[in-house]
Ligand binder design. Structure first.
Ligand code: ZN
Length: 326
């Protein structure tokens, strides 16, 4: 570990060199910004809004003037990201920590055993032979006294663009509470409503999810880069949509990791419709895609190979999951 005011990326524990054309001080670490564009989002665990709208005089669901701000749940977002990370580890030839306890009360029989046959190991057993757990264990943590190395904040939203600070992990989004009447299909009922279903949704989410690494290791960066690429490439697959209402097109996310070489001003520029990409940003995109990104991915591959004798570090390491470069 290094002192906190002089960031370096330590690869001494890995069997690779990390050749980066730019210094770590020129990168946004320990913060990482996931850019997100989601037309419709219905987080399974709901939305925390900034006002009490249980009383009907304070909230009209269909009032276009309502300007509700709030938070998108970090649990929904974290589960989505973790699923992507698990896929990356499996594609790299390793297994990932199962997200659940072996003795949890699952709704289907043998589900844990079946998962263990398809790319997972029992939660925490990756500590048996190594001091460090698998990389998913390190990043997400949450077992016993092991905090995850990645802080996943809630994402705040506002319908008013000037209130949105993407450097704080905020998004422009429009909150509505949507009510559905489920009506009887029996002729004799004359289409009477049987029940009402309310759900919280956000429309046109556009902004950032701010992640912070409590410990910046190159393999963590590689894992997150690959996971976000994977999730973007598979965004309309049921398993990789975010939140609920997936059959209705909710939770299909365009996602990308904002170039860590950008300055804070350039991160803001990405979401400013009045400003185009500068040539300096284009040059950084080229450097990131051709030299930095592959180096971080290679660090991840080295980390996987160090733990598993059946896995070697590939010669070509552009991408593990084959998504588009972030
Ligand atoms: Zn593990």
């Amino acid at each position: 570990m290094t002192s906190s005011d002089e960031p370096t990326l330590d690869v001494s524990h890995l069997d690779v060199d990390l050749d980066l054309p730019r210094s770590v001080e020129e990168m946004l670490f320990p913060d990482l910004y996931v850019g997100l564009e989601i037309n419709l989002l219905s987080p399974g665990d709901g939305i925390v809004t900034d006002r009490h709208h249980a009383s009907s005089d304070r909230y009209e669901a269909d009032d276009p003037m309502n300007q509700i701000e709030g938070q998108i749940s970090p649990f929904t977002l974290s589960g989505w990201l973790r699923h992507g990370c698990e896929q990356v580890l499996q594609a790299a030839g390793a297994t990932a920590c199962h997200p659940g306890e072996a003795n949890a009360d699952y709704m289907r029989a043998n589900v844990y055993e079946r998962d263990l046959d398809s790319g997972y190991h029992e939660k925490g057993t990756c500590l048996d032979d190594h001091d460090d757990g698998c990389v998913v264990y390190n990043v997400f943590g949450g077992f016993g006294d092991q905090p995850g190395k990645l802080l996943r904040r809630p994402m705040s939203f506002s319908p008013i663009r000037r209130n949105v600070d993407v450097l704080d992990g905020e998004a422009e989004a429009h909150y509505r509470q949507v009510s559905n009447q489920v009506r009887s299909r029996n002729d004799e009922d004359g289409g009477k409503p049987l029940r009402q279903a309310d759900r919280d949704v956000l429309g046109n989410v556009e902004g950032t999810w701010k992640l912070t690494l409590r410990e910046v290791k190159p393999e963590f960066v590689g894992l997150l880069l690959e996971a976000v690429s994977f999730l973007d490439a598979h965004s309309d697959e049921f398993a990789f949509q975010i939140g609920g209402a997936r059959n209705f097109g909710a939770g299909i996310a365009d996602a990308w990791l904002i170039n860590p070489l950008y300055t804070e001003r350039e991160v803001r520029r990405v979401f400013n419709r009045a400003q185009a990409t500068t040539s300096a940003m284009e040059e950084k995109d080229e450097v990131w895609a051709s030299e930095c990104r592959p180096a971080f991915v290679r660090a991840l591959q080295a980390r996987v190979a160090a733990r598993d004798e059946d896995v070697s570090i590939p010669d070509e390491s552009e991408s593990i999951v084959g998504g588009e470069s972030a």
